[in-house]
Design a protein around this ligand. Structure first.
Ligand code: NAD
Length: 325
């Protein structure tokens, strides 16, 4: 039985990953270390909380003694834990640097001394910065433009350095924008969907021309499992659909699925330093065998249905939604 330490597993992507792994593989047990910040919610994993191959530990990835106790005997570490909301990082970046950089370093040191066999760092397409045209390949320069993406790029640099300097068996996955069940309702898709369910307008930054590549979280977690088990040690893998669309196009699709008209769009002042366009070359993960199964429209419908059926989950969280002043 392989023990895998998953950190940040009570968040959006981490919880979907844990559920997927427990269902897919019988040869693993998962220990989930999560600090339970505003975005970490044990209810995201209520259905597996008494699973025989799952254990939850509340704690901080910066706590070296606790991390060491959990890393001992672990085959792998998958690091999802992070502060993740760009707007919050613009307001105050302190905790982003602490968790996303120092926390990643604590995990790397613990992985090195306890000789783990795999260290998968969950990174983001935002580290490449804004691209006017073309696609970012895994070897493209990192040009982070906000404190969140800068902290993620710094962590990627540390992960790489542990491979080169200490031969730690690392992998990095850089995913595009995820959406789906259990996403905290301050991120754009669940914010818009839940606002519409409450009869409110959706706040669209600027004219909505910014472009993002969207991937359904259930596709992303399949790619992450593949990278963890079949990726080449020391390598980076981009994960996305490979089809960026503008925020306005996305908004119109959400409005359509929710049965609302364009009068529900409220244009708001653009975010400072807002990256105009992210676009990933996803050839490498495709060559590993990954193909997304969900088209954007179908995945949006599934997501809207989930938020419709889980009002008791998201309603109490709306009070913690952060808005940049
Ligand atoms: N959501 C996306 O679209 C997206 C895209 C690409 C990459 N990512 C990356 O994927 C990872 C997960 O993102 P998410 O959207 O699920 O985030 P999330 O905000 O939903 O979850 C983050 C989790 O980390 C936990 N956490 C925060 N600080 C911690 C600490 N110091 N110690 C232990 N746990 C801590 C939180 O409690 C929470 O459960 C992040 O590393 C993020 O950068 C996210």
């Amino acid at each position: 039985m392989r023990k895998i330490l998953v950190t940040g597993g009570c968040g959006f992507i981490g919880s979907n990953f844990i559920r997927f792994m427990l269902n897919k593989r019988r040869d693993i047990m998962i220990v989930n270390l999560d600090k339970l910040t505003y975005s970490g919610n044990p209810a995201n994993l209520r259905d597996v909380q008494s699973h025989p191959r799952y254990r939850f530990i509340k704690g901080d990835i910066c706590d070296r003694a606790k991390v060491d106790r959990l890393t001992k005997g672990s085959w792998g570490i998958v690091n999802f834990s992070a502060e993740t909301h760009v707007d919050r990082s613009i307001q105050n970046a302190d905790v982003f640097l602490k968790t996303n950089i120092l926390g990643a370093h604590t995990l790397l040191e613990s992985a090195r001394t306890n000789r783990v066999k795999r260290f998968l760092q969950i990174s983001t397409d935002e580290v490449y910065g804004s691209l006017r045209r073309g696609e970012a390949g895994e070897g493209s320069p990192l040009r982070p433009n906000n404190p969140y993406s800068a902290s993620k790029a710094a962590a990627d640099g540390l992960v790489r350095s542990y491979f080169v300097t200490f031969c730690l068996p690392v992998l990095i996955a850089r995913s595009s924008n995820n959406f789906g069940p259990f996403q905290f309702p301050e991120k754009v898709i669940p914010l818009f969907v839940t606002n519409l369910m409450e009869g409110k307008k959706v706040p669209l930054y600027g004219r909505g021309e910014h472009q993002r590549d969207w991937i359904f979280v259930l596709d992303n977690v399949r790619a992450l499992e593949l990278i963890l088990h079949r990726g080449k040690i020391g390598e980076i893998y981009n994960v996305g659909q490979g089809h960026p669309i503008s925020n306005l196009e996305l908004t119109k699709k959400i409005l359509k699925v929710c049965g609302a008209g364009e009068e529900f769009i409220r244009h708001v002042k653009d975010r400072p330093g807002h990256d105009f366009r992210y676009s990933l070359n996803v050839g490498k993960v495709r060559r590993l065998g990954f193909r997304p199964r969900f088209q954007l429209e179908e995945a949006l419908r599934l997501t809207v249905d989930w938020y419709r059926q889980n009002k008791a989950w998201w309603r109490p969280l709306k009070k913690d939604v952060f808005t940049l002043k």
